[in-house]
Design a protein around this ligand. Structure first.
Ligand SMILES: Cc1cc2nc3c(=O)[nH]c(=O)nc-3n(C[C@H](O)[C@H](O)[C@H](O)COP(=O)(O)O)c2cc1C
Length: 188
């Protein structure tokens, strides 16, 4: 049987991004399980701010097409999303919006892989309000988003030197989300 392919990325390009750390921690957790993990940075897929006139003139940017193909080729995807003003980051929304402009394909970037989501924030709520919005956006695009999610509050002190979550309870949420993502990606 082939290994499940799981992609992890963060909705932040900030050099010291806590969400990059969370995506990294999830990739590390998944790498201990029976799957093939890919960790990417959206920095490697720069996109202009979505503009329907620009889309009509120039078409969909190559990086959006590349990302869509990458997502469609996966069995599971984990997104670590920053929370900006109780919603998702402009980088993540812009990326999703561009990909959503591609014609329906089979496999489909949102309908093919199973999605799990998480968020990290220096605040106490761990970006949980933004995760509700991210879930809504992904579901609107046809994605199956698993109920298990991970919220990392006080993110500035949440990761140890090896990149793992130091709090056992939060680490257990990450473990549950990883296990669920893997089992569902195998099933679908
Ligand atoms: C415009 C803006 C709005 C923000 N709003 C929130 C918020 O609503 N809730 C929250 O927990 N953090 C908020 N933050 C703080 C971010 O969680 C923090 O900057 C975080 O480090 C961003 O994620 P990153 O570390 O992955 O880049 C906001 C930050 C910015 C720049």
């Amino acid at each position: 049987m082939t290994h499940s392919k799981i992609l992890c990325f963060a909705g932040s390009n900030r050099s010291a991004s806590f969400n990059k750390s969370l995506a990294g921690a999830m990739a590390k957790q998944l790498s201990l399980l029976d799957c093939e993990v890919t960790l990417i940075s959206l920095q490697d897929y720069p996109l202009p701010l979505f503009d329907q006139d620009e889309e009509a003139e120039k078409g969909i940017p190559e990086n959006a097409i590349k990302l869509a193909k990458l997502l469609a080729s996966q069995d599971g995807v984990f997104i670590a999303s920053p929370e900006y003003n109780a919603s998702i980051s402009p980088l993540l929304k812009n990326t999703i919006d561009w990909i959503s402009r591609l014609p329906n394909s089979d496999p489909h970037p949102f309908k093919n892989p199973v999605y799990a989501i998480g968020g990290a924030s220096p605040g106490g709520l761990g970006g949980i309000r933004g995760l509700a919005h991210l879930r809504q956006v992904l579901v609107a695009l046809g994605a199956l988003v698993l109920p298990q999610q991970v919220s990392v509050g006080s993110a500035h002190s949440a990761f140890d030197d090896t990149g793992d979550l130091s709090d056992n309870r939060t680490a257990a949420f990450l473990g549950d989300a990883a296990a669920s993502l893997l089992s569902h990606s195998k099933r679908f």
